[in-house]
Design a protein around this ligand. Sequence first.
Ligand SMILES: NC(=O)c1ccc[n+]([C@@H]2O[C@H](COP(=O)([O-])OP(=O)(O)OC[C@H]3O[C@@H](n4cnc5c(N)ncnc54)[C@H](O)[C@@H]3O)[C@@H](O)[C@H]2O)c1
Length: 316
Amino acid sequence: MKTLLTGGAGFIGSHLADRLLAEGHCVACVDDLSLGRRENIAHNLGNPRFKFIKADAADARALEAVFKRSRFDCVFHLAANSDIRAGGDCPDIDFNRTFLTTYRVLEAMRKYGVKKLVFASTSAVYGEGGKAFGEDSGPLSPVSLYGAGKLACEAWINAFCANFGMQSWIIRFPNVVGPRATHGALFDFTNRLRENPRKLLILGNGRQKKPYLHVRDLVDGILFVFKRAKARINVYNAAGEGVTTVDEIARAAVSAAGLKNVIFSYTGGSRGWKGDVPRFRYDITKITRLGWKASMSSVAAVRAAARELCEGTCGK
Ligand SMILES: NC(=O)c1ccc[n+]([C@@H]2O[C@H](COP(=O)([O-])OP(=O)(O)OC[C@H]3O[C@@H](n4cnc5c(N)ncnc54)[C@H](O)[C@@H]3O)[C@@H](O)[C@H]2O)c1
């Protein structure tokens, strides 16, 4: 396949690029490097099947120039704001980076006759509640602007598929961990412990509890769903078994760093920040029935990623 991968210099996008290249596909990677890093893709720059284009996916002219040059079989759209807290302070961020990039991608696909879209959605579209959220849950009530932006994207993708004969695979990711992470609790803890190995500040009360998935499992799940699910619009939760508390993540970061007697302090409150969903559970029946299973549970994924981040495997 000739693929276009937006956000391909980011954490998840760079792992997806590696996997697509390993499977023999061509990858045109569009990223404005606002949150991603050139070193995440440096190892692929010499590959004739890989091309990096530094461009803003919300810029219609820049994006359409990319579509004009190649006829893509499929678009993997991962470019978005991944800093949920920043989006809470400035709504423009998620409007432009999360929603508008998606609209521009859809419009370019329509104009250039590209029919297949794989979209990086999120558990944040569900909002909060005690139950395990399945793909048919509703009404959906996101609490972050990021979640709202992603839900708006899903709606536009649905309508583009219905009106213009496109096919989509909307994968709702949980919290993702692994090498090359650019954000998230584990990433923050690992960095804070490097700065101060005696004390660790934890946002909230440490009891926030969510599913975590290792990036290698996620990439595997995305491609599994893409290859197996045949509906016009395919919406899937992707996650492994179980959930992990923020305290457990902190302990995994401390243990991976080989530290002892680290004092944890808390900012307090049940929520890490405005827009944070403190407790969340996925129903993964649909993806399980399709035949996919993550190789690691949530806790095992966090522990493995903690070790990898400490070993400095970023970029590998
Ligand atoms: N990491 C997670 O836990 C998680 C969870 C759910 C969903 N997701 C989604 O997965 C995707 C990848 O996230 P990630 O964790 O790798 O984050 P990331 O920030 O590492 O990657 C996003 C990439 O998009 C790029 N980007 C942002 N705006 C752009 C624009 N206007 N034009 C071009 N490039 C732009 C950034 O530079 C970055 O490289 C995102 O869509 C994110 O919303 C991530």
